[in-house]
Each structure stands twice: as C-alpha cells, then as structure tokens.
Design a protein around this ligand. Structure first.
Ligand code: 1PR
Length: 540
C-alpha cells in the first residue's frame, strides 16, 4: 500500500523545508503535509523540521491546535523525528525571543551559545557526534560529521540523560541528538549532511532496511570538532544567447580576452550539473552567485529559480544563492521587498541568501547618518529566516595609503607594500560586480552588517580573483578578527596549500574557490587531504 511509504511532514511555512522533502523523496518515500491536527493523529511517521525562531514556531503550532496532538503522539512513542528547532521545541523553554515556553517533554531550557568563548556564533558547519549510548539512528555514523547551523543549544541536566543519544562539542558539550523509543530529534540537519545524513534519515524511516551508502564514506579519524569548510562557488549569468551558464572571471572580467571573437562570456559548464558534481566530490557547501542580479529583476529570473530548484533535488549540502537580493520595483511599478525576493529563493531550495551591493548602500547610509536602519533587506530576512540564512558578500579592492593619519578609513599595515612603497592599506567596497567603488571599508562593512543581523560574511577580493596567487591573508585576517560571525575567505586559490594556509594563518571558518575546481586543476579531495594532513579539522 502507498501508505507504507508515506511520511507526514509538519511544515508550518516559516522557512525552507524543500530540502527535507527532497531528502525524503530521494529515499523513496512520499510526503504528506499536515493540514490539520487530525493529520498528526493519523501519521505513521512524522517529521518536524523546525525553522525560524522558537517563539514564532511555538505561536504557530499553538494557534493551529497542534501542541496537544503532538505531545500525545510523542508520549505514545510513535515514530517522530524533529530537526533543529524541532529538537529545541521538545524542551521546557528557550531564552530566544525574550523567553518562551516549549512543549516541556525534555527537562532543560535552550540558551544561546556564549560568544565570550571566542567561537563564531552561529555555529555553522560540519561537526562530530559523541554518542552516549548505542542507537539504531546513529549506528552507522561513527566519526563522520553532520551539518549544524544554530545559535541556540541545549545542555545536559538532571533528567535529560534518559533522552540524550549524542552530544557535540563547540567550546562546550551541547545536546545534538535525543531519542527515546521511536522518538528522535537532532540539532543538526540530516537533509543537509550529505550521504551520512541521508543514512540517518533512512535509519529512521526504514528501521529494517539496509544501511545507506553512507557506510562507504570515510571516517574522519582523530581530528574531531567543527571542520573548516571548503566551498565550491559557481558564478552564473546568461551568455550572449540568453542561456544560463557557469562563468568565471579574472578580477571580475568574465569575457574571453579575444577581441576579434567579440569577447563572449566565458562558459565553464551548466549550473545544475556542475553543482551536483561538486556535491559528489565532497564540497561542504555550494554557492551560486547570479552575477548580473544587480541589474535584473530576480523574480522575473525564472531560469535562476529553476536552477536552484533542480540543484536542491540532488545536492544534500547547504546551498547559498546570491545576486539581486534587494527590494525592487518591476516594470508595472509594483514593489517587491527584499524579503519577498529572498523567500522565492528559499522556497526554491536555497538555505542561505547572499546580499552584495545592497549591503554596501545600507551600511554607507548607516555610517554617514549614524542612524541604525530599521527595515533593511538584511534585517527583514534575518528576522524571519534567522541570521544564519543571511550572508553578506563583499567585493573589496585594496587601496594603498602612504600616511594612515591622512586617511578617513581604518588602515592596516601591510607586508606587501604598494608600487610607491606604501606600507598601509584599506580595502574599499564595490557594488555592481566591482564596477563601482563606494566610500566604505570592508572591515567597517563587516562589523556593521553583523550588527544588522547578517550571520556570515563571504569575503571576496577583486585583486586576487582568478589569479591563483592565494587568498589575501591580510584582508581575511583583518575582517575575520573584527567580527564574531563566520567569515568565508574567497578569491585567488590556486593550489590546495592555499586553503591550508588561510586556515592556519587567519580566523576564516571556510574558504571558497571557483576557477580551479571548474577547470579541474585541483580536486576538492586534494584540498581536504592537504588540510587534514596539516592538522586542520576537515570533513573527509
Ligand atoms: O550585488 O547583491 O547583486 O550580488 C552580486 C554577487 O555577484 C556578489 O556576490 C558578487 O560577488 C558577485 N559578482 C558580481 N560580479 C562578479 C564578477 O565576477 N564579474 N562574482 C561577481 C564574484 C567572486 C567569487 C569567485 C571567487 C573565487 N566572483 O564568487 O567565485 O573570487 O574565484 P577564484 O577561486 O577563481 O579566484 P549583488
């Protein structure tokens, strides 16, 4: 009967659960959405992917009358899997949103990670599970890492031990998996944890089945803890005949050098195919940048939404989409908020959106007036989807300074002096894909967007882009030590050692490359092996 393959999904519309749907389908099951409380009562197995903030989630499930049926379902020990916030809601309450009550099934209260520990918050990335007791769910996981993204966490306390299946260390031990009988929940996202995550979901959905292919993934060995991430980036735009292609520039110039051929847009492949290849080759995340998004209206850009949708069907690691995330007025004069634009991408399967030009305009205004904006694109999206869903992408250029006393921007000493022997520099932000410089420094921008609610910085560097000379370590160190949110180093990777170097010498949490992967000059696996061989925690 088809009912045997049915999974009931509690999606209350607060964020991206498309990846959970895709993962369930990939495992050969069908999704049935909860429309009313009776659907919870009737479920054979229920998955609850909590998204958004604790308070909002509790309000919605309370208004819809789901709290009691859920509590009864769980207390009757029927098959349940809560993801992320879906774990947190089982506890007594949370400090998030000024304090709110949870379902009260597990003793303890959810609190924010302490930034005083010096680790980036949110925790974003791949970390280990320290299993407290054997369980069917985690039987095949061992040392393999899974993907977390969260600012709040539960810690063990008297009474929680009967629930705790695994903890994870991020400056301290927090509860990463709970389980009792047929009821499970995990702080990490199995649907974003590659084949290891699919294996965990399969163990839940099909208790009698064979272990998933995860069993062939290598173990991570002795280097435990949050891994430094390796990200593959695909710059996407329409070529001259209007097809979306992956392109790649040198210092942001994406056209072929040959004048006689009319300098066509470089074509390095098809977006969905390439993204899928990078997932299979072990990329920890995949990023798409719609590099002409700043001038087109993204909601009219259906091919891009379609690319995201098709990619998310086969790529089970986090997916970021950037380009054109801002408020728009279309040809008919109808206005769209940045939140509406971002929501279209989240609904299509993006896990994060990345804001470029608009962040520069927002911060320029903020620094000039000293007045904190109230409804900027960063704030709108962060409030609804959470800080972890908002990346700010910076496209800076290095500016040399002879006398820092004469420069209105914060200057940094440099070991790479300028052409006239200048010993100082700052990094100037640009907009519109590097076409226009603005009067804001990259370090100031990063700090300001952190205040506004961005959860991560994607730090490009126009001087290094496509050069293969390595990351601008001075830039990466200046920005990553100025903020507490994670920083992704980007631009200039030429060999695996460049990744190892940026992790050894700066506080970067992740490093991204494009050209070397597209041209198959370097394999993701070689990058990971070099990092691991140098003692950097790596997801192999
Ligand atoms: O301004 O919000 O519409 O966002 C536009 C986005 O598109 C920004 O994130 C901006 O970085 C990006 N973008 C715009 N123009 C270009 C271009 O190349 N002409 N690409 C561009 C950015 C930089 C990286 C690249 C790394 C690594 N490309 O994405 O992948 O530099 O490259 P490498 O490993 O080959 O050195 P908005």
């Amino acid at each position: 009967a088809s009912g045997d393959r049915e999974v009931t999904l509690l999606d209350y519309g607060a964020g991206n659960v498309r990846s959970v749907r895709n993962a369930i389908r990939r495992l050969g099951f069908e999704v049935k959405d909860v429309q009313n409380a009776q659907d919870i009562v009737n479920a054979q197995r229920l998955i609850f992917p909590g998204v958004g903030s604790f308070g909002h989630a509790m309000d919605v499930i309370r208004e819809r009358g789901y709290v009691e049926p859920l509590r009864e379902y769980i207390e009757a020990n029927r098959p349940f899997y809560g993801v992320c916030l879906g774990l947190q809601l089982l506890f007594e309450g949370s400090d998030e949103n000024g304090g709110c009550e949870g379902m009260g099934l597990i003793p303890g209260c959810i609190q924010k990670f302490d930034t005083a520990m010096g680790l980036p918050v949110p925790q974003i990335g791949w970390n280990n599970l320290d299993q407290r007791r054997p369980s069917r769910l985690l039987q095949d996981v061992g040392d393999r890492r899974v993907y977390f993204v969260h600012s709040y966490r539960a810690v063990e306390q008297p009474g929680s031990e009967e629930w705790v299946l695994a903890t994870t260390n991020y400056g301290e031990d927090f509860i990463s998996v709970v389980g009792r009988g047929e009821v499970y929940a995990s702080q990490f996202h199995p649907e974003k944890s590659g084949t290891t995550g699919l294996g965990i979901l399969k163990a839940f959905l099909q208790p009698e089945g064979d272990v998933y292919e995860a069993s062939t993934a290598p173990m991570n060995g002795h280097m435990r803890g949050l891994a430094k991430r390796v990200i593959a980036c695909l710059d996407v735009r329409a070529n001259d005949s209007g097809d979306l292609v992956v392109t790649k520039g040198d210092q942001y110039d994406v056209r072929e050098k040959d004048e006689t051929a009319g300098r066509p847009v470089r074509n390095l492949g098809k977006p969905v195919d390439l993204a899928t290849r990078y997932f299979q080759e072990g990329a920890d995340e995949v990023t798409f940048l719609n590099i002409t998004g700043f001038r087109d209206f993204p909601l009219a850009d259906l091919p891009m939404l379609d690319v995201v949708q098709r990619t998310s069907e086969g790529v089970f690691v986090p997916l970021t989409i950037g380009g054109g995330i801002r408020g728009f007025k279309d040809a008919t004069g109808k206005e769209y908020t940045a939140l509406e634009v971002a929501s279209a991408y989240f609904r299509s399967g993006a896990d994060k959106v990345s804001i470029g030009s608009d962040a520069v305009y927002i911060v320029e205004d903020y620094l000039k007036t000293g007045i904190m904006p109230e409804d900027s694109s960063i704030q709108q999206i962060s409030e609804v989807y959470g800080a972890q869903a908002v990346v700010v992408s910076i496209d800076p250029k290095r500016v040399y300074v002879a006398d820092p006393g004469q420069c209105p921007h914060k200057c940094f000493p440099t070991a790479l002096p300028g052409l006239s022997g200048e010993q100082y520099c700052w990094w100037q932000c640009t907009v519109k894909g590097g076409r226009e410089t603005r009067d804001v420094g990259a370090v100031e921008l990063a700090k300001a967007v952190e205040d506004l609610g961005a959860g991560e910085i994607l730090l490009n560097c126009i001087d290094r882009d496509g050069t293969g000379e390595g990351f601008d370590l001075e830039l990466v160190e200046a920005v990553s030590s100025a903020v507490t949110i994670p920083v992704i180093a980007s631009s200039g990777a030429g060999v695996p050692q460049h990744f190892t170097e940026v992790f050894a010498k700066t506080k970067a949490a992740a490093a991204l490359a494009a050209g070397i992967f597209h041209r198959k000059e370097v394999e993701i696996q070689s990058v990971k092996e070099d990092m691991a061989g140098s003692g950097i925690p790596t997801r192999l």
